[in-house]
Design a protein around this ligand. Structure first.
Ligand code: ADP
Ligand code: MG
Length: 383
């Protein structure tokens, strides 16, 4: 998954961010912390009334690995035969179904900053994984959470798990196990889903003549990143709306399910539309023509952002961290795609055509070819 999109609370973030909690823990435990702990001490002192302080001290002292798993990560499973607590979880796989499995890791400093709101982080860590199930047309069933963090900070764990549980509940997905260890903050989730035999949507099924579609909105997360970097500036309302989309992406699970048997191929957009579309083209041995005006139209805040068309185009075509679905389907399924969009309450935009010639062309609104050199994100190529 993409790396350059950090999930951050800008300066002045609310009181429940990671830095704040680590600072609190540092104060309560009487230990010295790194630079995250400084700044906001006044608020910390005000917050840590003596009773709270004493309570936290007791909890920090006694909360071991197993207590915290019990407290934050154990709930009776809905589907699993056996959930958290033994050496393995047990899942019954229905006959005629296949297990769809995917794993995504979020590393502090690489995918998010220490100042991220932990509730959003809990949501996002699961959302990016559910997005992979959505891309395969799989129904989420269960997930495993492997978590490393430097200190036990109850408020942080509580907020993180709250964000995670809310999304898990929305998709009836059981947390069935994982691993917990001390270390630099690092979150790895593995999701398991179900899909009927031979019904999974794959990257390799696109055919010449297919329509190409994208769900929802592109470019918001990248817009936020560029504003943080000082490269772009937009009105505050635009920024706040885009930031919610970056912090709390919506995995398109219902759309993925509705596309079973309809779409020829699909992928989720994590590294940028063009880069991820190229994976479909390569796996399917085909090319594509993309209508850039249609792609631009997917950017929710594009019109009100005051940004130049070139910037908007770059954000939507090569942004990343979008967690939308790109998929292809035969032309004679247009009506069915519209119904899938309606039944899943997910906007879908037709943005181009698959071609037999294995080349990706970008077309302007007059059908003329545009030069392009958009790179998608690559963890080892991109600094
Ligand atoms: P083991 O030593 O066999 O690896 P652990 O002692 O690490 O098992 O974990 C005990 C139980 O708690 C196991 O069922 C494991 O799957 C579960 N578990 C550990 N960490 C987490 C976590 N972060 N979220 C959910 N379950 C977890
Ligand atoms: Mg273990």
């Amino acid at each position: 998954m993409v790396v350059h999109h950090v999930v951050v609370n800008p300066v002045g973030a609310g009181g429940n961010d990671v830095a704040h909690f680590f600072a609190q823990a540092g104060k309560v435990g009487g230990q010295q912390r790194g630079s995250n702990a400084v700044g906001g001490h006044d608020r910390i002192v005000a917050f840590c009334a003596p009773v709270v302080e004493a309570l936290l001290e007791v909890m920090l002292e006694f909360m071991g690995e197993f207590d915290l798993i019990e407290t934050y990560f154990k709930r009776p499973p809905r589907h699993a035969v056996l959930g958290v607590g033994d050496d393995c979880a047990l899942l019954a796989v229905k006959s005629g179904q296949q297990l769809a499995i995917s794993s995504d890791m979020l590393v502090e400093g690489r995918h998010f900053l220490s100042t991220v709101n932990p509730e959003y982080l809990g949501h996002k860590a699961l959302a990016v994984n559910l997005s992979d199930l959505a891309a395969c047309g799989a129904q989420p069933k269960a997930f495993l959470l492997s978590l490393a963090f430097p200190e036990v900070v109850p408020q942080w764990l509580s907020a993180f798990s709250k964000g995670m549980w809310a999304l898990a509940d929305a998709h009836h997905c059981d947390l069935i196990g994982g691993d917990t260890t001390r270390g630099p903050l690092n979150i790895c989730i593995t999701v398991l889903g179900e899909v009927p035999q031979a019904m999974a949507l794959l990257r390799s099924g696109a055919k010449a003549g297919d329509d190409i579609y994208v769900s929802g909105h592109l470019g918001d997360a990248r817009l936020v990143l560029e504003v943080f970097r000082g490269a772009l500036s937009v009105p505050k309302a635009v920024f706040e709306a885009a930031r919610m989309r970056m912090d709390k992406p919506t995995p398109r699970v219902e759309l993925g399910l509705a596309l079973r048997g309809l779409a020829h191929s699909a992928i989720d957009v994590s590294d940028g539309l063009l880069g991820d579309l190229q994976h479909i083209l390569k796996a399917s041995g085909v090319g594509a023509e993309i209508d850039t005006q249609q792609v631009l139209s997917t950017m929710a805040c594009g019109q009100s952002s005051g940004l130049k068309p070139d910037d908007l185009l770059r954000l939507t075509l090569a942004g990343g961290d979008d967690y939308e679905l790109v998929f292809t389907a035969p032309e004679n399924q247009r009506q069915a795609i519209a119904s899938a969009s309606a039944s899943s309450a997910t906007q879908v935009t037709r943005i181009g055509k698959i071609t037999a010639h294995p080349h990706l062309s970008l077309l302007d609104n007059n059908g003329r070819s545009l030069p392009h050199s958009f790179e998608s994100f690559d963890h080892f190529k991109t600094p």
